[in-house]
Design a protein around this ligand. Structure first.
Ligand code: FMN
Length: 400
């Protein structure tokens, strides 16, 4: 048998088949263009991509304690495999906010992806759509939300897209962004709570590098009629004034729990709060009628010295796991990380930096490679540990 005898790459459902596909391609002399151990992507990106962009993606708050805490929190747990259970038929699909998706993974909102690759968010969104997985578009994207929606539709009309909101100070701009997102088919609103201010990020500071000040990562604002209404001159006539206006209204550190009612009023679909780390905040989210939350410390980019996200997960899952959907990110790099996060109470995980590196190194194909590696490894880990569905995972599958 040779690679050319094999039908097209196995789509969505049989995730582990990617492993066989890689070996078969090897018979035709082809090896993967990117590593299959996703922890190696960062080092390759550091070598091949520009220091500003890769510093922005890899960088963290302070000296990186929280990035390390995220890894330690996951690494503290060990999987305890179980034997002699029929694991031939597996189904990785999960239901998220009323829609079934083929695996418990979504692409995290990552802003300003054009610094990694000229095809930017549309390429990442097409990759997610091609694999049937939800794509969460950042407000701070380098491409408009309408362009990203179009890119996803070109692959699959069924592809799930969610919109992440950096909640602006300005009410009109907020309503305008929400209205545009709903019209463009974004179904779930993900509201980020941990970035009312930008943290102290030495890698960016040392290079004095912040893409937004160059007007990159501002497409959703600059294209917005309510935003434009606040400018004396059109964006293309006075970029500096537009950037300044953006910087002033980007976020509002005065927001409190009481303000969530405003979002409910202006968003009909599910609302998810991103950046929750304390069980009491999780309870408040549930009490406020939110549909879900993301246990996350923004990949260690905000509060240096904060709790590792996986250390926060079990307490939050115990507090609200039976009331609202609990998602997880910050530190997910492998299939066993996905396994652990689900066992600790998450219904799905968001993948961040690894897909940004995949994009930077190989565009849409790079993002698809990253997703397929992650899910093949998760599928195999699940099977080899004696499970066939994400819903079977509980803390009993792990030991500390
Ligand atoms: C370069 C970069 C940009 C990001 N931009 C956003 C963003 O625009 N909105 C947001 O909610 N989170 C943003 N995040 C955080 C991610 O959504 C996610 O929480 C984080 O990447 C998880 O950590 P990990 O990548 O180390 O696993 C960004 C992260 C990175 C690395």
């Amino acid at each position: 048998m040779t690679a050319s005898d094999v039908p097209n790459p196995v789509p969505a459902k049989d995730w582990s088949a990617f492993q066989f596909e890689i070996y078969l391609n090897g018979l035709a002399g082809t090896v993967p263009r990117l590593p299959t151990d996703l922890t190696r992507l960062e080092e390759i990106a550091e070598r091949r991509l520009g220091p500003g962009p890769v510093g922005y993606v890899a960088g963290a708050a302070g000296d990186g304690k929280t990035v390390r805490a995220n890894r330690e929190a996951l690494d503290r747990w060990r999987i305890v495999p179980r034997m002699l259970r029929d694991v031939r038929q597996r189904d990785l699909s999960v239901e998220l906010f009323g829609t079934r998706v083929p695996a418990p993974v979504a692409l995290a909102p990552v802003g300003v992806l054009s610094i990694m690759h000229p095809d930017a968010e549309p390429a990442a969104a097409r990759a997610a759509a091609a694999q049937g997985l939800p794509f969460i578009l950042s407000t701070a994207s380098s491409t408009t939300l309408e362009q990203v929606a179009e890119a996803m539709d070109s692959v699959s009309a069924a592809a799930e897209r969610w919109f992440q909101l950096y909640w602006p100070k300005d009410r009109e701009v907020t309503v305008s962004l929400l209205t545009r997102a709903a019209k463009a088919g974004y179904r779930v609103l993900v509201v980020t709570l941990d970035t009312w201010l930008l943290a102290w990020r030495p890698r960016d500071l040392d290079q004095a590098y912040l893409p937004f000040l160059r007007g990159v990562g501002t497409a959703n604002y600059f294209s917005d009629p309510a935003f434009q209404a606040g400018l004396a001159k059109p964006v293309h006539e006075d970029l500096n004034a537009a950037v300044l206006h953006f910087a002033q209204m980007f976020a509002d550190p005065a927001k409190t729990w009481a303000d969530l009612a405003f979002l409910r009023e202006h968003w009909d679909g599910p609302i998810v709060l991103k950046g929750v780390l304390h069980p009491d905040d999780a309870r408040r989210a549930a009490d406020a009628g939110m549909d879900g939350l993301v246990v996350s410390n923004h990949g260690g980019r905000q509060v240096n010295g904060s709790i590792g996200a996986a250390d926060a997960l079990p307490g939050i899952a115990r507090a609200v796991g039976d009331q609202i959907t609990v998602l997880f990110d910050s530190g997910v790099r492998s299939g066993d990380d996905v396994f652990k996060a689900l066992a600790l109470g998450a219904q799905a995980v968001l993948l961040g930096r690894p897909y940004a590196y995949g994009l930077g190194l190989d565009g849409q194909a790079g993002v698809e490679h990253v997703l397929r590696c992650l899910l093949a490894e998760f599928d195999l880990t699940l099977a080899l540990s004696g499970y066939t569905e994400p819903g079977q995972l509980t803390p009993d599958a792990l030991v500390r």
